[in-house]
Ligand binder design. Structure first.
Ligand code: NDP
Ligand code: 2IT
Length: 452
């Protein structure tokens, strides 16, 4: 609940300006609730209107994307890019292609990115984009044609020192390749304008693995400091079966945990023997199959369809839960089920997968709660490392990038821990610590740069 008069006013104005944008409002409320403490400690935030300036995007672009499908029929989609802030670096953030994408989703993701990019300590501002285009069910040619048309508009807004997009839901190596090809063709320049590129054309080793691996490095750092514990011997529940979920599963198992679930939007798998990552990768990265196929290939595993009345992935007894699919996938009843089953840590691979009510419930019940803006920052951090390699026209080895990623994730946790102590917060409340630590750096930069 927001009690400070200035913060309350900022939130009321935000709600008036952004009606019918529930995800954006949710992200804003969560951040403002945390920032009350900083506002009370630093009067200069109110004096310089830093919350209002932080919350108002520098630029928001919406555009038409027309393309021809395989039947020569014209298709029309909507594209977006929010360039939220360049206070601490060029705009940076992924592109999401999913039928649910709208202005609210793009802006909430842009807002989350602000604090996330700040926490990485790398010089990256904040941005996000995407389209309501659904890559599922389209041929490779159709996806290429869509990406080319999308970039034919987007190219005028981006550049290696201006705005550097990457992947997110529905945008992986294949899509980034098509987008990069079209940018190069229009601009006639070869630069690191996108990250998550193929290894043959400027991509960084370990970028594919980075978000999932980083999530586990962050979770391990929190478990070590707060519980003198680790993944070893723990039962882990993962949701999703895309890029983040696959590599979170792989790293959690390398660190000695047993991941017993994965899911997609149709249902989820329980595998008491531990998810077989080779089968998962074959199904999702090569065949692009549904997760139900896993149960047909791996004896002993069980598939449960997602429908009213069926148990959800969160009813599975576990020590650690890693939501890695999408926003608001873990609701209050799911949080209650996890706590009743004795969960120790919930760390977010996805962006805002817990509802606000679920996050508060977990924190109030002593669970280590690692918000996505901190726990999943390994993806964008490694994108930052890709930008660095592109600028130097060099490439580092997998181990070099992976060890930098591990250092960054451990430093993010340390930074949050120090902030929690400074503000006298509960040790398991990494949310307030992350919001304040991320915001302070941006606020100082905005103040120093005058009225821009
Ligand atoms: P992918 O497209 O690779 O995978 C997404 C997964 O989530 C799929 O299993 C998908 O299932 C599932 N999913 C998507 N939408 C829904 C929905 N509405 N309901 C249920 N399940 C759904 O995306 P990523 O793995 O890259 O992204 C996952 C999350 O991680 C997102 O929140 C993203 O913003 C976040 N993230 C990603 C980063 C990255 O580097 N890729 C970095 C940091 C955060 P289905 O196939 O059925 O749609
Ligand atoms: O949400 C995210 O952090 C991402 N999708 C990664 C963005 C990036 O620029 O690598």
């Amino acid at each position: 609940m927001i009690t400070n008069a200035y913060v309350k006013k900022v939130f009321e104005d935000f709600c008036k300006k952004n009606p019918n944008e529930p995800e954006y409002t949710q992200a804003c409320q969560e951040i403002l609730e945390s920032l009350e403490l900083a506002v009370e400690k630093h009067p200069s935030i109110e004096k310089n209107h830093l919350l209002e300036r932080f919350l108002e995007p520098e630029r928001f672009v919406q555009f038409r994307v027309t393309w021809l499908d395989d039947n020569n029929q014209i298709q029309v989609n909507r594209g977006y890019r929010v360039q939220y802030s360049s206070a601490i670096g060029p705009y940076k953030g992924g592109l999401r292609f999913h039928p649910s994408v709208n202005a609210s989703i793009i802006k909430f993701l842009g807002l989350e990115h602000s604090l996330k990019n700040s926490l990485t300590t790398l010089p990256m501002g904040r941005g996000k984009g995407g389209s309501d285009f659904d890559p599922k069910g389209n041929s490779d040619t159709e996806i290429m044609k869509f990406c080319q048309s999308f970039m034919t508009e987007l190219y005028r807004h981006i550049g290696p020192d201006t705005d550097v997009p990457a992947g997110d839901i529905g945008v992986g190596g294949r899509e980034v390749g098509f987008l990069f090809g079209q940018y190069k063709r229009i601009r006639d320049e070869y630069t690191g304008v996108l990250t998550g590129k193929g290894l043959e054309f400027g991509g960084s080793l370990a970028r594919t693995e980075a978000t999932g691996y980083g999530l586990c490095y962050f979770t391990n750092a929190a478990l070590k400091t707060l519980k003198n514990d680790s993944f070893a011997g723990k039962t882990v529940v993962v949701s999703g079966s895309g890029n983040v979920a696959i590599y979170a599963t792989q790293k959690a198992q390398q660190l000695g945990g047993k991941v017993v679930t994965v899911s997609d939007s149709n249902g989820w798998i329980y595998d008491p023997n531990g998810i077989d990552v080779a089968v998962l990768k074959q199904l999702k990265e090569v065949e692009r199959a549904r997760i139900s196929e896993y149960a047909k290939r791996v004896p002993g595993s069980v598939y449960t369809e997602t429908k009213a009345g069926n148990p959800t992935v969160w009813t599975t007894k576990c020590d650690i839960a890693l939501p890695c699919a999408t926003q608001n996938e873990l609701k209050i009843d799911d949080a209650k089920a996890l706590v009743a089953n004795g969960v120790t840590a919930v760390c977010e691979g996805a962006n805002m997968p817990c509802t606000l009510e679920a996050a508060h419930y977990l924190i109030d019940n002593g669970v280590i709660y690692g918000p996505g803006k901190a726990a999943n920052a390994g993806g964008v951090a490694t994108s930052g490392l890709e930008m660095c390699q592109n600028s130097m026209r060099l490439s580092w080895s997998f181990d070099e990038v992976d060890s930098k990623l591990k250092d960054i994730m451990e430093n993010i946790y340390e930074n949050i821990y120090t902030t929690q102590k400074k503000y006298d917060l509960k040790s398991n409340d990494l949310l307030t610590g992350a919001n304040i630590a991320g915001f302070e750096k941006i606020a100082n930069a905005m103040k120093a740069q005058g009225l821009v």
